[in-house]
Design a binder for this molecule. Structure first.
Ligand code: FE2
Ligand code: FE2
Length: 180
């Protein structure tokens, strides 16, 4: 069933098992972002300008740092990091095979960042003491992710809208409705 970000977070944080598995997936997701962006550069890096290539490279570095922060949270909370975790997120799995240019990849990256920002903002603003470790880390992640959305948004311009149908499929895969 579809739900808003607020409902989703209230649900997730009140269920220790759900929260643990979500946090573990965040660690995987941040590392996966490094892989996915690396794949974008491998497939379409030749179409990027030097400045665009450098931007994607800088984003990869920040995603790797986020993965380290998520790992620290998992270790502190005794959350087990499983072997052979999948590096492909549900959203990207729907979208990536349909992409055929650097600008389409940036359009998809913009949508992916945009979706995650809702959740990151929600958690960063949560004053619940039980999750203050998470709020602190997500408050550090937030300005990076806002920058990712901004730069991917700026690069995607010439392909805007072209991946929208895949974005919708990706959203369905996530079972996610965004609240404004
Ligand atoms: Fe990140
Ligand atoms: Fe990001």
């Amino acid at each position: 069933m579809a739900h808003t970000t607020k409902e989703w977070w209230a649900n997730t944080k009140s269920d220790p098992e759900k929260l643990a598995s979500w946090l573990q997936r965040q660690y995987v997701g941040e590392l996966a972002a490094v892989n996915l962006l690396s794949e974008v550069l491998l497939r379409f890096g030749g179409e990027a300008t030097t400045e665009e290539w450098d931007t994607v490279y800088r984003v990869m570095g920040q995603e790797a740092l986020h993965a380290k922060w998520m790992r620290d949270i998992c270790v502190d909370r005794s959350i087990f990091l499983e072997n052979n975790a999948s590096a492909q997120e549900r959203y990207w799995k729907e979208v990536l095979p349909n992409i055929s240019s650097f600008h389409e990849a940036m359009d998809a990256a913009f949508h992916a960042e945009h979706m995650r920002l809702e959740r990151i903002r929600e958690i960063a603003a949560d004053e619940d003491l039980k999750i203050s470790d998470l709020a602190k880390v997500f408050a550090k992640i937030l300005p990076h992710e806002e920058w990712h959305e901004e730069v991917f948004g700026a690069i995607r311009h010439s392909a805007a809208g072209s991946t929208t149908k895949y974005h919708k499929k990706g959203l369905e895969a996530l079972n996610l409705v965004l609240s404004d």
